[in-house]
Write a protein that binds this ligand. Structure first.
Ligand SMILES: C[S@@+](CC[C@H](N)C(=O)[O-])C[C@H]1O[C@@H](n2cnc3c(N)ncnc32)[C@H](O)[C@@H]1O
Length: 282
């Protein structure tokens, strides 16, 4: 449990918490793949210490994880009474409302439920925490990521644990500015522990360097020019896992892009962990 919490903080909360997102007004948050609610609970706990309000939306297909959360005292004890109340209300009513704000959880395939989000809401922050692309490619498709990108306010951001070239390249094509989440703690051997994708504001941009995120390294930028960057495609957002994976495999086979193994060889002095991508299977 503490491992999951550390991961949530490192990949989802910390790279967002100090940013201008929290400047004024209510923060609008979309949690794609709510699961047990770690990401949302962690964010709400952090916001409880501020006077910031939150308008929250969540997308999730499976009701079991949140049910497990609210019936597990050890899990609940991680959170304040207010946050526990939010989790319990989500499980019971698929929504919550309190003096910090309100939230609604839409159950079903996120490819469909994303269309039910109110049109007049754009988000300051989107958590994208689906299982890894080989397990759940439908939520990493170029088309789905584009839909999410369109819902981010200028200056807002999408946060994911994925550093996969295909995902970063799709997010870039959707017009977002990509940064790499720096590894920390026990992950220092890794080249990245995720991606921050920002909707760029008009006007001059500051270089994105802080102690948690950085611009993509040369190695990471070259990664986006390899076959690994061939996107997952789901044009009508109705393909199944096998279809998405096999279309991509065929596109990679035909592609003239550099192979990922050639790219790896050029960077071979780097430790193995540098060229492997973070996975999310739990
Ligand atoms: C890695 S877990 C999410 C963990 C979660 N963010 C947390 O903080 O506890 C991935 C979640 O994606 C959900 N999921 C899988 N396919 C989905 C789909 N098509 N639409 C919506 N949710 C989906 C799973 O039910 C699972 O709860």
């Amino acid at each position: 449990m503490s491992g999951a919490l550390t991961e949530t903080r490192q990949k989802f909360l910390d790279p967002t918490i100090n940013k201008g997102l929290y400047r004024k007004g209510a923060i609008h948050v979309l949690d794609v793949c709510v699961g047990m609610g770690y990401n949302t609970a962690c964010l709400m706990q952090a916001l409880n210490k501020t006077n910031k309000n939150i308008i929250w939306w969540g997308l999730e297909i499976d009701q079991r994880p949140i049910s497990i959360s609210v019936n597990n005292n050890k899990f609940l004890s991680l959170w304040s009474k207010e946050v526990q109340g939010v989790l319990k209300s989500l499980e019971r009513n698929s929504s919550w409302i309190n003096n910090k704000g309100s939230g609604t959880l839409l159950w079903g395939d996120a490819r469909q439920t994303v269309k039910l989000l109110p049109e007049n809401i754009d988000f300051d922050l989107i958590f994208h925490d689906a299982f890894s692309p080989c397990k759940c490619p439908m939520l990493w498709s170029e088309e789905f990521l584009y839909v999410l990108a369109e819902r981010i306010k200028p200056g807002g951001q999408l946060q994911t644990y994925s550093s996969a070239a295909a995902i970063r390249a799709s997010l870039q094509r959707a017009g977002l500015e990509i940064n790499s989440i720096k590894p920390g703690g026990s992950d220092t051997q890794k080249w990245s522990v995720g991606t921050t994708a920002k909707a760029i504001k008009k006007g001059p941009q500051k270089p994105s360097e802080d102690y948690l995120i950085r611009n993509l390294s040369l190695m990471e930028r070259e990664h986006l020019l390899t076959k690994a960057a061939v996107p997952y495609r789901d044009p009508l957002m109705n393909r199944n896992i096998q279809q998405i994976l096999s279309y991509r495999k065929e596109e990679q086979r035909k592609s003239k892009l550099e192979t990922t193994s050639q790219w790896k060889m050029r960077w071979q002095n780097m430790p193995e962990s540098i060229t492997s991508e973070p996975q999310r299977n739990n």
